[in-house]
Design a protein around this ligand. Structure first.
Ligand SMILES: [Mg+2]
Length: 219
């Protein structure tokens, strides 16, 4: 089968979502505890606690802030306030990986490129805008616009249909095994795992890269 296209995940694949999460959580902790000095041990403990609760963005923010406010005995009304702040502002914190645009530039000479990302429409669209990668994508699918999310194979199929190709003709590159890789396998796309966290394991035979810039060499 001739491979015609590559679809990408966005967060932690083309943009440094963890760095952005660290930035917004840090600001929240500063605002909640103005008496703490930045980078003091109690300050950093709170930020790291939020990062762990967040689990790479896979956990709903109401749950993250609910657990956090309980642990720090903060008023329950803050859960909604922090959740709203996250939803409204997180996109503005976007930081692209420095290799993303140049890698897409190379790949765009040989493949058609698309993006398939889970999340709220306005937030993900804002991230795309700030990613420096938008112009390379022929197709951009945000799961929240369809009410179907990775790993549901239907959202992968929607992306392929929009590009006018069959799933078997496309690679899918993403960092999250449970959504990107399993979803791509189920719908018949060829997955490539951006294995950025060595703590994650699988015995499945899935091609891996350790940085987005390695992609052109393995295709
Ligand atoms: Mg991701």
């Amino acid at each position: 089968m001739e491979m015609k296209a590559i679809f990408f995940d966005l967060d932690n694949t083309l943009i440094d979502r963890q760095a952005a999460a660290y930035d917004i959580y840090s600001e929240m902790v500063s605002d909640l505890f103005p008496e703490w000095e930045k980078l003091s041990i109690e300050y950093e403990t709170a930020v790291q606690r939020l990062m762990i609760l967040d689990e790479y963005g896979t956990i709903g923010k109401d749950h993250v802030f609910g657990r956090f406010c309980k642990a720090y005995q903060l008023d329950e009304s803050l859960v909604q306030i922090l959740t709203d702040r996250w939803v409204q502002c997180f996109g503005d914190y976007t930081r692209p990986f420095k290799e993303s645009a140049s890698t897409l530039e190379k790949l765009s000479k040989k493949y058609r490129l698309g993006l398939l990302t889970n999340g709220y429409p306005h937030m993900q669209r804002r991230k795309v805008e700030l990613s420096g990668c938008e112009s390379y994508f022929e197709v951009i699918v945000v799961s929240g616009e369809h009410g179907i999310h990775k790993p549901d194979p239907r959202i992968f199929e929607i992306a392929c249909e929009k590009m006018g190709i069959k799933p078997e003709e496309a690679y899918f590159v993403g960092d999250t095994f449970s959504t990107d890789i399993l979803g791509a396998v189920r719908c018949g796309m060829k997955p490539i795992w951006l294995h950025s966290d060595s703590l994650l394991k699988t015995d499945m035979d899935i091609p891996r890269i350790y940085g987005i810039e390695e992609l052109p060499d393995i295709l």
